[in-house]
Design a protein around this ligand. Structure first.
Ligand SMILES: Cc1cc2nc3c(=O)[nH]c(=O)nc-3n(C[C@H](O)[C@H](O)[C@H](O)COP(=O)(O)OP(=O)(O)OC[C@H]3O[C@@H](n4cnc5c(N)ncnc54)[C@H](O)[C@@H]3O)c2cc1C
Length: 298
């Protein structure tokens, strides 16, 4: 209720306040800021994945611009000798406009990334885009092995998707899911989502498929650490993942010290305002985290 109130009041909040709040979660507005953040994280023992902010473009020109920014980012990541790993959102490449157009643009990025030895992960957005995102992944991953996508534990369909992808030795990030989805297609209960999350991670590990365990939920981190030990999974088959700025640094450092890989998702770009506002509107709980972070420093 309190979080919803914050979101309702957001349009009244001055831009600089949103900027102050989002600063923690966003590396900066340009590639230089993103590279600096990645180098800092690398020095701390973390892997990184870089994402250009921007979702759901409405014109072909904007989608083409996003494609070109990603093509350029592949060069920049390579030149800066940071972890060659990039995440992208299909609607930023035009998926809401035309599936064919988005596929062309994503293919161009994946092809160049492959030639440059850069790994691409296709993020998962809300349910109208799930089928197409998985279809793109299936079509491209046969040709380009350095490719992965994302499965959301709150979706009822996810075990079917994971079973198919794991059997083919695919590469998946498993997350809870950030968008608001209807109870007819998605679990709403936190415990159900956690249970499904662990089942999906187990399926990936048992099948020997590579899994990114993307969560800040301490219970899920603890349970997956136990699962990895129980199944005797080698460290080259999984990694933990967290979003830049989420205050669980000590837990992440402990994971690295214990020999687990940990990757930080580093978003950057001029669209920080839209990104932060959208994140808050999509999931008012984030407003609670943000407020907590202002007052509770770790
Ligand atoms: C690397 C990465 C990539 C992701 N990619 C996608 C994607 O492609 N598609 C998608 O739908 N979702 C994605 N997500 C978001 C994910 O689906 C969840 O919405 C998000 O991670 C919150 O769930 P949680 O597992 O951390 O558990 P929660 O129970 O939500 O959070 C656990 C605890 O972590 C803290 N916390 C969580 N999020 C934040 C935050 N933003 N700021 C401050 N504290 C926080 C809170 O203290 C909370 O109590 C991604 C998440 C990560 C970590």
């Amino acid at each position: 209720m309190f979080n919803k109130l914050i979101v309702a009041l957001m349009p009244l909040a001055p831009r600089f306040i949103i900027k102050m709040v989002s600063k923690r979660y966003i590396a900066g507005e340009d590639t230089a800021a993103a590279m600096a953040a990645c180098k800092r994280l690398k020095a701390q023992g973390f892997l990184t994945t870089v994402d250009i902010l921007g979702e759901s473009v409405t014109t072909d020109g904007q989608a083409r611009e996003a494609r070109d920014s990603y093509l350029e980012l592949i060069n920049i990541v390579t030149e800066n000798q940071i972890e060659k790993n990039i995440s992208l959102k299909p609607t930023a490449l035009g998926l809401a406009l035309s599936a064919d157009l988005a596929f062309d643009y994503i293919s161009a990025i994946v092809k160049k990334a492959h030639e440059s030895g850069v790994f691409i992960r296709i993020d998962m957005e809300n349910s109208p885009y799930t089928d197409k995102t998985l279809e793109f992944y299936e079509r491209l991953s046969g040709q380009y092995p350095g490719l992965g996508t994302v499965i959301q534990a709150y979706m009822h369909r996810s075990m079917d998707d994971v079973t198919k992808i794991a059997a083919r030795g695919g590469n998946l990030r498993i997350c809870k899911g950030i968008y608001k989805e209807s109870p007819s297609i998605a679990y709403q209960n936190a415990e159900e989502i956690r249970r499904n999350y662990l089942k999906l991670v187990r399926e990936m590990l048992v099948q020997g498929a590579y899994v990114g365990i993307a969560t800040h939920d301490q219970y899920l981190i603890d349970e997956t650490v136990k699962l990895i030990a129980e199944l005797k999974i080698s460290p080259d088959k999984y990694e933990f993942q967290a979003l830049l700025g989420v205050p669980i640094d000590k837990r992440l450092e402990a994971l690295v010290a214990a020999g687990h890989k940990v990757r930080i998702y580093v978003p950057f770009g001029s669209e920080w305002y839209a990104y932060s506002s959208r994140r808050l509107k999509e999931n008012p709980d984030v407003a609670g985290y943000v407020l907590k972070n202002i007052f509770v420093k770790n």
